[in-house]
Design a protein around this ligand. Structure first.
Ligand code: PEP
Ligand code: MG
Length: 546
């Protein structure tokens, strides 16, 4: 059999070998002859009831954040207004299946056409629910089931839903390759959280194979091989073995603090993109949390209440067990729209009302978050920072607002505290004048700092070469911020993706960065790099680069 090679985009890194499992999604193109409208309504109602039971059971086995994704779907099924158009279409003579599938297609169309990744993730939730009910109506299986004798498998399909990823038995899955999907989708976040290698946007011909073909997935090099040659298989297996050995030895030391060759202690903090990730992370491996992207708790149908937020923040402090926890206030806007909160129709959302700028314009929403933060601050060493800060008056105004919230809580007799108040440095204007900001700490967001320095939107895949090529200019800006922080005697950390990039970590250390906040799955590797760094090993390289 001839070897075939396909390429894709990395959604969750790693290597895997398994047998092809090709699965298709339920499609609205299926034509089903309608019964009487009463029969079709009973069929639809049954499908909804059974799916509600499935979803409720699934929620019970999940942690809170994964459960939120499923709860969103459950809430849709409990909303009579949402289901009403399906009943109307059945009354007009359509089959339950076609009525449901076309209503959901219409629902998803706006999200599908949106170029930003957050909207794409929403579309994924709708598609997930569409397929679930569609399968129920047609009598299909609601979950992906994998027979033990055929595993491990590499799943080859067009789309995979968050609930399918959650229902997979990880030991039976060597990888997933999708012709659709996006790296920032919920499914990708969950694949990373579960350590399943995943490629998205793969060549469509990938789906022309058959179940049981041998597949090698290299989600570190963005490649997939079907029916590999003997040589390829052997080389790949050696790479996989070497990776497992390296991972094991790095993992052995992951719980120990990271010192450089010169004995300098480097703090390794966790980036919490979603609290679900903490389930797979041992807090021993981290010196605390350096960034919490609180946007993830605003992805439910209604905005999170003060008490709901308080619970999430308190749990982060519990997980960190006395180590510092940095929480970023809502960073919506730009590539992260939140319906009803962000401003629609901006010509340039990345340059518009996002981050702290949005919080200023949504005092009601912001106040709820600040109250929850001030209340949870009594449970441990919390640090709170605001995103997208541009001028010093924003930081002054934030301090004042936090004080007001604390006074308000105290006047109500509610226990609260003022945590350390700091800011993200991710706009070049702030990086150039960091010393002018009244902040207790800085956290450098290299993802945005890079896009605003280079004038390339961070999600523009066509221009990613410019993002890579201009890293030196960002390193210079980081050097300025580190210098200012040192003169101000305040902490500075790097929390953007550069802090997890094995090639760039030595340069950050050369610049004097001593706190790195990294993607949870990367901590062992970053510690390994830190342990091999010392003046003699990297100074020359860094001088060349700068
Ligand atoms: C950054 O910009 O580097 C950052 C950490 O924030 P986000 O990626 O969430 O915008
Ligand atoms: Mg940012």
């Amino acid at each position: 059999m001839r070897e075939q090679m396909f390429s894709g985009t990395i959604a969750s890194p790693g290597l895997g070998v398994g047998l092809a499992l090709l699965t298709g999604t339920v499609s609205a193109a299926i034509d089903i002859k309608p019964g009487t409208s009463d029969d079709e309504k009973v069929l639809f109602d049954l499908a909804v009831q059974l799916s509600k039971t499935d979803l409720s059971q699934l929620i019970e086995s999940l942690d809170e954040t994964s459960a939120n994704i499923i709860e969103f779907q459950l809430a849709l099924l409990e909303d009579d207004d949402f289901l009403a158009p399906v009943i109307a279409s059945i009354d007009a003579g359509m089959s339950a299946f076609s009525a449901w599938m076309s209503m959901m297609d219409a629902e998803v169309v706006d999200y599908d056409n949106a170029s930003d990744p957050y909207m794409a993730a929403r579309a994924e939730d709708y598609r997930d629910l569409q397929a679930r009910i569609g399968r129920r109506i047609t009598g299909g299986e609601p979950e992906l089931t994998i027979a033990s004798e055929n595993s491990p498998v590499v799943i080859l399909t067009d789309q995979i839903t968050p609930s399918q990823i959650l229902s997979l038995e990880v030991e039976k899955v060597a990888g997933i390759a999708l012709t659709g999907g996006a790296p920032s989708s919920h499914a990708s976040i969950l694949a990373r959280a579960r350590g399943i290698p995943m490629l998205v946007g793969c060549d469509a011909e990938m789906l022309i194979g058959k179940d049981g073909d041998l597949v090698l997935i290299d989600a570190s090099e963005s490649r997939l091989y079907v029916n590999p040659s003997e040589d390829r298989h052997q080389t790949f297996t050696s790479k996989l073995d070497a990776q497992r050995i390296a991972e094991r030895s790095m993992q052995n030391l992951v719980d120990h603090p990271a010192y450089t060759l010169d004995g300098v202690r480097i703090q390794l903090l966790a980036n919490v993109d979603n609290p679900v990730l903490l389930d797979m992370a041992n807090s021993q491996a981290f010196d605390g949390i350096g960034l919490t992207r609180t946007e993830c708790i605003y992805q439910t149908k209604t905005l999170p209440t003060e008490d709901e937020q308080y619970d999430v923040y308190r749990k982060l402090l519990q997980w960190a067990d006395g180590k510092p926890v940095t929480i970023r206030t809502l960073d919506a806007g730009g590539d992260k729209p939140i319906s009803g909160v962000t401003i629609d129709g901006e010509a340039n959302p990345f340059l518009g009302v996002r981050g702290y700028r949005l919080s200023q314009r949504r005092p009601g929403v912001f106040n709820v978050q600040l109250r929850a933060l001030a209340r949870s601050a009594i449970h441990g060493p919390m640090k709170v920072m605001i995103p997208m800060v541009t001028v010093p008056s924003e930081m002054r105004e934030f301090r004042q607002r936090f004080q007001e919230v604390v006074l308000e809580l105290e006047s109500e007799g509610v226990a609260c505290a003022v945590p350390q108040l700091g800011m993200m440095i991710e706009v070049p204007a702030a990086a150039l004048c960091a010393r002018e900001f009244d902040a207790d700490f800085f956290s450098i967001g290299t993802n945005d700092l890079l896009q605003y320095t280079v004038a390339v939107a961070r999600d523009n895949t066509q221009l990613s070469n410019l993002l890579k090529g201009a890293q030196t200019s960002v390193l210079r800006l980081i050097g300025l911020v580190v210098n200012d922080a040192r003169n101000m005697s305040i902490d500075v950390s790097v929390c953007g993706d550069m802090a997890s990039d094995p090639e760039l970590v030595p340069h950050l250390l050369d610049l004097g960065v001593r706190d790195l906040s990294v993607a949870i799955a990367q901590v062992a590797q970053v510690k390994h790099i830190v342990r091999g760094w010392g003046k003699s090993t990297t100074q020359e390289k860094s001088d060349d680069r700068l």
